[in-house]
Design a protein around this ligand. Structure first.
Ligand SMILES: O=c1[nH]cc([C@@H]2O[C@H](COP(=O)(O)O)[C@@H](O)[C@H]2O)c(=O)[nH]1
Ligand SMILES: [Mg+2]
Length: 233
């Protein structure tokens, strides 16, 4: 095999829609809330919300649909629905295999999400053993060091710092599903593998990310100088 163009030393994963299938749940909950106001929750609005801090995302929807609702009311309505639906959410295809592979090969791995602690606890409740493999977790909605949510690079730069061994951003790989998240990884000066929702416009970002995949199952670690899966050696 040709030598890889990059040698990745550290990996940062997004959470919602990348490791866990929570985007489906957000869509269901927000469709219900919008319907109460006679409005439609569109992909255009969702794609602008994805990856943002919860309250920033609330403002995106309220402004887009001009709904007479405060951010606090939005958060209250959303959490009442998420509370019921989140604890049983499955993992995305290929996520567990990749996370365990990197951990088994001593590659430092971290999480950087737009979520808050309230949601993260519920999203990961059924997958505690897997999420214990990460060196650390940055939750943008709660973290005072994350001044701006995705697409700002803050959460990835904070996550890089907290590895504790001063990694070079140019040797960090970010996995993201959200357009805002992939933008944030690029803005942080990191390599980005983007696994977008099928509805996303891939042309906007495909020249700036390293790879665009339909699923994490397609990822080949050796392309980034990471250990190959044993069956593909
Ligand atoms: O349909 C939506 N999906 C996702 C979000 C936001 O995106 C975050 C998940 O971001 P990430 O993929 O970075 O974990 C959620 O916590 C929420 O703030 C949202 O508002 N609406
Ligand atoms: Mg995501």
């Amino acid at each position: 095999m040709d030598s890889p163009a990059v040698k990745i030393t550290h990996v940062i994963f997004d959470v919602d829609g990348l490791i866990i299938d929570t985007e489906r749940v957000y869509t269901e909950c927000l469709e219900e809330i919008c319907a109460e106001y006679g409005c439609e929750f569109t992909w255009e609005i969702k794609s602008q919300q994805m990856g943002k801090k919860e309250r920033e995302a609330a403002q995106v929807l309220i402004d887009a649909l001009k709904i007479p609702m405060t951010v606090d009311e939005y958060v209250h309505k959303l959490k009442a629905r998420l509370e019921v639906k989140l604890p049983s959410v499955p993992l995305m295809p290929g996520a567990e295999k990749l996370i365990r592979h990197l951990h088994n090969n001593n590659i430092p791995i971290a999480l950087a999400s737009g979520s808050d602690g309230w949601g993260f606890k519920r999203k990961t409740a059924g997958h505690k053993e897997l999420f214990a493999l990460f060196h650390h977790t940055v939750l943008s909605s709660d973290d005072p060091d994350v001044k701006h949510g995705k697409p700002a690079p803050d959460c990835f730069l904070v996550a890089a710092k907290r590895f504790g061994d001063d990694p070079n951003p140019a040797e960090i790989l970010v996995f993201e599903d959200a357009p805002n998240g992939a933008e944030a990884g690029v803005a942080a000066g990191m390599h980005v593998v983007w696994v977008p929702d099928p509805r996303a416009d891939r042309t906007v970002l495909q020249d700036r990310v390293d790879q665009t995949l339909d699923s994490l199952e397609q990822f080949r670690p050796e392309r980034f100088g990471l250990p190959a899966y044993s069956e593909s050696v």
